[in-house]
Design a protein around this ligand. Structure first.
Ligand SMILES: [Zn+2]
Length: 469
């Protein structure tokens, strides 16, 4: 599997992160299903954007690219994305790229302009457009095709760019000093590590045309083999219903999101929609995610403790107990079915909450009495998520730790200090001891208006956050 990686000139935003989280799940699910997977993801570390950034900072491209490669690796770790098996950099593969371009020039698929720029001749590749379903003439009339006197045809694209300024990174080539175009690098690196023909090629939906269409043309014109058998493209993230982009200034960086919320919240958020649909980012949406995870981990915490205790004398199980145990027994098969239906993580998450709802309604009615039946139900619930978390890599945290961290992050969003809550709880305990129930109720209601709920338990009063969606 080859996934187009980042152009390393900036920190990745959560829309970029969606792509990498998705392919991480694809790899995990394929492995879970018994496949052997080798995932290759490149770093585009030579590019106009990197050169511009380096000039702005009065430094060189390498300094910029190394910094953002390190930042990317850090962000992916925080998002618990497995590193790819190979993460090749363009600058380490210049020779492979030159060899590929030489082959294309030799077989007539590419040509060299007077200044040493090498172009791919799109009309020579008769299948051009087969991925996006567009034909060459549609592309010409619709596209932002720039006319360039050096090109034989406006659709032709650059494989090798001559050096214009001495501060641009450049390598020697048969066509003079220069650097590769963007598209050719992915053909060279994917074919080097996976062969001329491999199974899955992925990337964001915005890459279908021209990037992936061009990759197919170059690779197949060179090898005369089918390049990738399956193409997967994940859709973008919108920001309050607008496209997330640097120029609109509505970017949420992955690292900022994780710092504010957590990696678990971001992964859940990114997997909560089907990969081919857009997901809209808004604070309201994040609150819904926090609320859902709060519900899930609260149920998991209860199930974990109930799965550890039972007494032997439990009698016959009730129909409701039978029903929920049955749901648990079928759960693995159901979520796998949804994953087999075009990797529908949104549907899987829907199933999770069906399960959580039925568990909660059972607990609300009966509580977790320590019987063999409740132990079986709780144990089944806990085990279900051990398995699912191998694939989604969410729902697998320690519930206590997750809930503690979530409460703190929600309090800080609401501008509440946890010490203030503790103080009010002790004032209330004092009031109750003096039978001042008016004050005790007033304190409870004041906290409730801030979205804090108190529970009086035998061991003392506990508090939890509540969400008003
Ligand atoms: Zn690519």
């Amino acid at each position: 599997m080859y996934v187009c990686g980042p152009t390393v000139y900036n920190y990745v935003h959560i829309g970029n992160a969606r792509v990498f989280v998705f392919y991480d799940v694809v790899e995990r699910y394929l492995k879970f299903s018994g496949y052997q997977v080798e995932r290759v993801m490149n770093f585009t570390d030579v590019d106009d954007k990197i050169i511009v950034k380096a000039n702005e900072e009065k430094t060189d491209s390498l300094t910029v690219s190394e910094r953002y490669i390190a930042a990317f690796i850090e962000d992916m770790k925080a998002l618990r994305v497995n590193p790819p098996k190979v993460a090749p950099k363009v600058t380490d593969h210049i020779q492979e790229i030159i060899t590929l371009i030489e082959g294309l020039v030799a077989n007539g698929s590419a040509y060299v302009a007077n200044d040493g720029e090498v172009f791919f001749s799109v009309r020579k590749f008769k299948d051009y457009g087969k991925l996006s379903g567009k034909n060459v003439d549609d592309l010409i009339s619709g596209a932002r095709v720039q006319t360039d006197e050096k090109k034989q045809d406006p659709l032709d694209f650059s494989l090798w760019k001559p050096q214009k300024n001495t501060n641009e990174p450049a390598w020697d080539s048969p066509w003079g000093k220069g650097r590769p175009g963007w598209h050719i690098e992915c053909s060279a690196m994917s074919m080097k590590y996976l062969g001329a023909s491999f199974d899955i090629h992925g990337g964001g939906m915005d890459l279908i045309h021209p990037h992936h269409e061009n990759e197919i043309a170059q690779s197949e014109a060179f090898s005369l083999k089918t390049f990738a058998k399956y193409w997967l493209h994940s859709n973008m993230l919108t920001f309050n219903a607008e496209k997330m982009s640097k120029s609109l200034g509505n970017i949420m960086l992955t690292r900022d999101f994780i710092k504010k919320y957590s990696g678990e919240v971001l992964r859940y958020f990114l997997l909560s929609g089907h990969y081919r649909s857009t997901i809209d980012y808004s604070e309201q949406h994040v609150r819904e995610v926090q609320s859902a995870l709060h519900r899930f981990y609260s149920a998991l915490a209860k199930a974990e403790s109930a799965s550890q205790s039972s007494n032997s004398n439990s009698g016959k199980s009730s129909p409701e107990e039978e029903k929920i145990l049955q749901f648990g027994l079928e759960f693995d098969a159901k979520w796998k079915e949804s994953m087999d239906e075009d990797l529908n993580t949104a549907k899987v998450i829907g199933l999770v909450f069906e399960y959580v709802r039925s568990l909660n309604s059972y607990i609300d009615k009966k509580g977790f009495k320590p019987t063999a039946h409740t132990q079986a139900i709780a144990g089944r619930f806990v085990d279900s998520f051990k398995k699912l978390s191998q694939v989604l890599n969410i729902f697998g945290e320690n519930p206590k730790d997750f809930l503690t961290q979530l409460r703190l992050s929600v309090l800080s969003e609401r501008g509440i200090e946890s010490q203030d809550i503790e103080m009010k709880i002790s004032q209330r305990t004092e009031a109750r001891a003096k039978k001042d129930f008016a004050l005790s109720d007033a304190i409870r209601n004041e906290l409730l208006s801030q979205g804090i709920e108190l529970r009086d338990l035998p061991g003392g009063t506990e508090w939890d956050i509540i969400f008003k969606n």
